[in-house]
Structures are given as C-alpha cells and as structure tokens.
Design a protein around this ligand. Structure first.
Ligand SMILES: *[C@@H]1O[C@H](CO)[C@@H](O)[C@H](O)[C@H]1NC(C)=O
Ligand SMILES: *[C@@H]1O[C@H](CO)[C@@H](O)[C@H](O)[C@H]1NC(C)=O
Ligand SMILES: *[C@@H]1O[C@H](CO)[C@@H](O)[C@H](O)[C@H]1NC(C)=O
Ligand SMILES: *[C@@H]1O[C@H](CO)[C@@H](O)[C@H](O)[C@H]1NC(C)=O
Ligand SMILES: *[C@@H]1O[C@H](CO)[C@@H](O)[C@H](O)[C@H]1NC(C)=O
Ligand SMILES: *[C@@H]1O[C@H](CO)[C@@H](O)[C@H](O)[C@H]1NC(C)=O
Ligand SMILES: *[C@@H]1O[C@H](CO)[C@@H](O)[C@H](O)[C@H]1NC(C)=O
Ligand SMILES: *[C@@H]1O[C@H](CO)[C@@H](O)[C@H](O)[C@H]1NC(C)=O
Ligand SMILES: *[C@@H]1O[C@H](CO)[C@@H](O)[C@H](O)[C@H]1NC(C)=O
Ligand SMILES: *[C@@H]1O[C@H](CO)[C@@H](O)[C@H](O)[C@H]1NC(C)=O
Length: 483
C-alpha cells in the first residue's frame, strides 16, 4: 500500500511541481496514510505488509502464532499435519503463561487429524478453511469410547476426530466465521459401499475436558457426528453454523453432548443429514457401568433442519441418564421430526426434568415424538430388563404449521412415560385425520387450550389449573403407523 503511494507520488510530482498547493495536499495525504499504516502495523504486527487481512484478528491470548509460520501452505493440496502438530507444540510452551492463540488465515489448509492442547485458542480468520484429509489411512484409530464399548458402527477401535482433545482445560475454537470442513463425501460413500472396517470419526471430539468454548465458526461435511463433547464440563457453543447435506450424509449429527455437565448451546444454525442435536450418555450395559449422565444443559435460540431425523433429540444412547435439560426458542423447519426422545429396553438410565419452551415447527412430519422401542444395541450382552425411566417432561408454548402428526408419545407396558405436561400448544396440521395427538402408556396432563385435541390418556385442566377431566385410559393406544 505504502509503496504504491510512493510510486504514484513520483509520477505525479513533475506534473504538479509548480503547484505548491497540490504538492502540499498530496504530501499531507501521503503523510496521513503513512501514520495510519504504521499504527495498524503496530497493532497487527508487521504481517500487514505481506498479506492484508480482511479483518484484523483479535489477540485473545498473550501470544499469537500463525499456522503459515510453521510451514503450512493454504493451497488445499499441501499436507499440513506436521505444521499443525508443531504449532500446537509451540502453544504447549505457554501453558502456564495464559496459553497461546493459533491463527489460521484465509486459505485452504489441508490436514490429517491433530490434537489440541490446554489453554489454546484456535482462531479461524474469515475465508480460512481447515480441510480434513479424506483418506482413512491418515486417520489414527482409537479405542472405543468406554460408555459405548464398541466403535458404534463396527466393533473394536474407531477413527479419532479431525480435531481432537483429551483431558484438556480452557480451549477456545473461534474466528471470523472461518470453516472446518471434514470432506465427508468420501467417507459417506465408503460407508454406504461398506468399504470401511471401523467407525467413522467425528469432525471435532473433545473428551474428559472442561472450560471449552466453540463460537463464531462454521463446521461442515463431517464424516460422522460433527461436534462431540464427551464427558466434559462447562462447555459453551455459541453462534456457530453446522452444515451437511440433508440426504445421503449418514450420521452427520450437528452437536452430540455426551455425558456432559453444565453446557450451553445457543444462537446456532444447524442443517444436517441426521439429528441437529442429540443429547446422549452411553449405550446399554457399557453406558450403565460408565454411569455418567448428561445434565444441566441449556439449548436455546436455534434454527434447525433435519430431513433424516430430528431437530433436537435425546438418546437413543442415554444409559448414563439425562436430566435437567432446557430446550427453548427453537425453530425446526422442513424437517422429518422436530423434537424427539428415543430409547429402548436394555438402555437403563433415565430421562427426567426436560423442559421444552417456545418451539416453532414449520412443515415437519412429526412435531413431538417419544419412542421407547429404538432397538439398536452394541452386542448381545445387553439386558432387556434394564428399562429406562422417562418422567417430568414439560412442553410449553409450542406452535407451528404444516405438521402431519403434532404429538406422538409412544410408551409401552415396560416403559410407562410419566408426568408429561402440555401447556399452550397450538400446531396447525396439514390435513384432518382422526388420531394426530397420539398416545400410548403415558401419564400426565394438558393445561388450557390445546390444539389439536389431546389424547384421552392425559388429564385435562383449564387455564386456572382446575381439573376438567380425569384420564380414564392411561394405557390406551392410538398410535398410527402410517408415516
Ligand atoms: C491425540 O491424543 C490421543 C490421546 O492422548 C492419542 O491417543 C492420539 O493418538 C493423538 N492423536 C494424534 C493425531 O496425535
Ligand atoms: C456471529 O458470528 C458472525 C460471524 O462470525 C458475526 O458476524 C456475528 O457478529 C456473531 N454474532 C454474535 C451474536 O456473536
Ligand atoms: C458463516 O458462514 C456460513 C457458511 O458460509 C454461512 O452460511 C453463514 O451465514 C455465516 N454466518 C454469518 C453469521 O455470517
Ligand atoms: C477391511 O478389511 C478387509 C478384510 O480384512 C481388507 O481387505 C480391507 O483392505 C480393509 N479395508 C480398509 C479400508 O481398511
Ligand atoms: C467455564 O469456562 C469458561 C471458559 O470457556 C470460563 O471463562 C468460566 O470461568 C468457566 N466457568 C466455570 C464455572 O468454571
Ligand atoms: C463473535 O463475533 C462477534 C463479532 O465479531 C464478537 O462481537 C463476539 O465477541 C464473538 N463471540 C465470541 C464468544 O468470541
Ligand atoms: C439445571 O440446569 C441449569 C442450566 O441450564 C442450571 O442453571 C441449574 O442450576 C440446574 N438445576 C439444578 C437443580 O441443578
Ligand atoms: C420464541 O422464540 C423465537 C425464536 O424462535 C423468538 O424470536 C421469540 O423471541 C421467543 N419468544 C419468547 C417469549 O422468548
Ligand atoms: C412433574 O414434573 C414437573 C416438571 O418437571 C415437576 O415440577 C413436578 O414436581 C412433577 N410432579 C411429580 C408428581 O413428580
Ligand atoms: C402461548 O405462547 C405464545 C408464543 O410463545 C405466547 O405469546 C403466549 O403468551 C402464550 N400463552 C400463554 C397463555 O402462555
């Protein structure tokens, strides 16, 4: 920038030499620009002369590195794995000094899986894309998750995640909406063709860690689940976009909090090939013996789309228990199901104290779904007598239009769904059918005006919470199977 101005000045000077006023003005402008550029280079470092960032990157740690300074090339072809590993090693040195930031500038930065470290901020500039190498030979295998006892898709070990971390503290992944792209297309195809012998890896998986923040970035095309916090505490996920194709991108769940405690997910846009969010806590006998619940989780202000599964799910792996979950201000549009709880005999554990508030369903096939026969097990070692408990579920201010079956609560003789409350529900339906508020083996109540008319399994109260009608048919079944 400065050089250009000097060159221009050289050409202009003879022309205006006689005109002192013009010369003075030009000198004044050049001087002003020089001071301005100098000030910016003090703030941003001398890099401004090498490449002009679209937006200056904030300094979020005492020290900031640039991935390019570790030999990485953002051409979408160079394998930058070693550069990422060296950069993380450099961050490690600042562990006890407030940590360090790793900036990834605009470009396509191809890499195999790498590990993060504690007290680290990974910052993705605008137009920065971290690309996962889509050849499984580059993906290390890891032991199964202890609460799954199994790779999930295949027995034995599983692929790790593109961005991985274990036993960390204070990790931030953020940016100016830069992207982490798993290039899942190759994985989905191989999975369909049964060419993989091990379970696909997530895009980001952080295990046994605390104080994790993931904000202001885009995650796309994960080979498997996109963002998987496992047995973590204090996780904040805010203002991120998660994208995968709605069809033929198997198991690309958006965010799967798994045995996590104290977590917030807010202000996100999620459109993926499986559940937008799925809260989990381990699978059958493995999850029961690991025994770590998902609890104290707040999910709010999301726009979600899922044609293959549901906007926000709980389960089906929930054997460590799921409790105290608030799900509010959610829009689910053009989707198969809006919110779903799924479990089955063999899971054990519990799902309780779940509050859904202010949900909007636009054009979904099933609005609210509770399913207790999701019969998918790690191996023959599960005990069908381990039945899960489902209780204390409230639905408040649920609205929508273009919904085929607004409610389907499908308990069973073994798994009675207890203490479900509906208040202020009004969901516009696509066509008038007999049973569109479907129930089986459920106990609970509706309060105030409810549209469509609720099933007879539920007690009816008026707006002032005075009993209008006691349910006479708790176990009545009117589930339609025509979806
Ligand atoms: C990441 O860390 C885990 C746990 O320490 C280890 O098993 C794995 O091999 C590491 N992955 C890479 C790519 O270094
Ligand atoms: C969300 O992220 C975008 C892109 O990084 C940014 O422009 C916007 O200000 C962020 N919003 C909030 C509320 O943080
Ligand atoms: C972030 O980038 C994604 C993908 O390009 C885009 O869909 C989204 O709108 C962007 N978010 C913001 C807040 O600009
Ligand atoms: C999967 O296993 C088969 C048989 O052991 C082997 O031929 C094949 O190369 C393996 N594929 C991968 C992707 O490892
Ligand atoms: C949670 O983590 C954030 C950083 O992500 C940290 O600022 C905050 O102090 C932590 N909260 C608790 C209660 O530890
Ligand atoms: C997200 O980006 C916006 C706009 O750049 C910024 O104001 C906000 O602080 C960022 N959020 C976090 C948690 O970094
Ligand atoms: C329930 O979770 C919320 C966070 O969503 C937390 O503030 C609250 O303290 C939790 N309640 C209990 C009883 O732990
Ligand atoms: C309900 O959620 C919508 C977004 O889905 C939000 O705009 C609105 O403010 C929320 N209403 C309340 C009362 O929180
Ligand atoms: C039913 O659930 C509500 C909401 O979770 C709770 O406040 C109430 O105590 C529960 N009632 C019984 C009888 O357990
Ligand atoms: C019902 O929900 C709507 C939308 O969230 C809200 O505006 C309204 O106040 C609620 N009505 C009652 C009686 O709670």
């Amino acid at each position: 920038m400065l050089h250009q101005h000097r060159l221009q000045l050289k050409r202009w000077v003879p022309k205006f030499l006689s005109n002192h006023k013009t010369l003075f003005t030009v000198l004044w402008i050049v001087g002003f620009i020089s001071v301005f550029v100098c000030q910016r280079s003090i703030v941003d470092g001398p890099l401004i002369f090498r490449r002009a960032p679209v937006r200056p990157l904030p300094r979020l740690r005492p020290v900031a590195f640039n991935i390019a300074d570790f030999g990485a090339v953002g051409d979408g072809a160079t394998d930058n794995t070693v550069a990422f590993e060296r950069a993380v090693s450099a961050v490690v040195k600042f562990r006890s000094k407030g940590g360090a930031q790793l900036n990834v500038p605009a470009g396509y930065w191809l890499t195999a899986p790498f590990n993060l470290t504690s007290h680290m901020t990974l910052f993705l500039a605008q137009d920065a894309v971290i690309l996962g190498i889509d050849d499984e030979k580059y993906w290390p295998l890891m032991p199964p998750l202890p609460s799954y006892g199994y790779g999930r898709e295949h027995p034995g070990p599983r692929y790790g995640s593109l961005i991985h971390g274990q036993k960390l503290k204070d990790v931030i992944i953020t940016g100016h909406n830069g992207t982490i792209d798993g290039q899942g297309q190759t994985w989905w195809k191989k999975h369909r063709q049964k060419l993989l012998n091990h379970t696909r890896g997530p895009l980001i998986q952080i295990m046994w860690s605390s104080d994790i923040m993931i904000t202001n970035i885009t995650l796309r095309n994960s080979p498997f689940w996109t963002l998987h916090p496992y047995d973590c505490k204090n996780v904040t996920i805010q203002n991120i976009t998660i994208l995968a194709p709605l069809f033929d991108a198997p198991n690309t769940d958006g965010i799967d909090p798994d045995s996590c405690e104290d977590m917030v997910i807010e202000d996100c846009y999620i459109s993926v090939g499986d559940d937008g969010i799925a809260i989990k806590s381990g699978w059958d006998q493995y999850g029961i013996s690991y025994g770590r619940p998902s609890t104290n989780i707040l999910i709010r202000n999301l726009v979600v789309r899922s044609m293959a599964s549901a906007g926000v799910s709980i389960g089906s792996e929930m054997s460590g228990g799921v409790s105290n979950i608030t799900i509010e201000n959610i829009i689910v549009w053009d989707s198969r199901r809006a919110v779903r709880i799924k479990t089955s005999p063999g899971r054990g554990g519990y799902i309780r104290k779940i509050a859904y508030r202010n949900l909007t369903f636009n054009n979904v096939r099933v609005g609210i779904l509770i399913k207790t026969n999701y019969d998918e097990h790690p191996d023959e070692g599960y005990n069908p007598k381990n039945v899960p408990t489902i209780e204390d579920i409230t639905f408040t201010s649920i609205h929508g239009h273009g919904v085929r079956v607004p409610v389907r609560i499908h308990g069973s003789k073994e798994i009675l769904i207890k203490n479900v409350t509906f208040r202020n529900l009004s969901v516009g339906i696509t066509y008038k059918k007999k049973h569109i508020f479907q129930c089986a083996f459920v106990q609970g109540r509706v309060i105030g005006a409810i549209f469509p008319a609720p099933c007879e399994n539920l007690d009816m109260f008026d707006e002032q919470e005075r009993l209008v009608r006691h349910s006479t048919s708790l176990h009545r079944t009117d589930i339609g199977y025509d979806l």
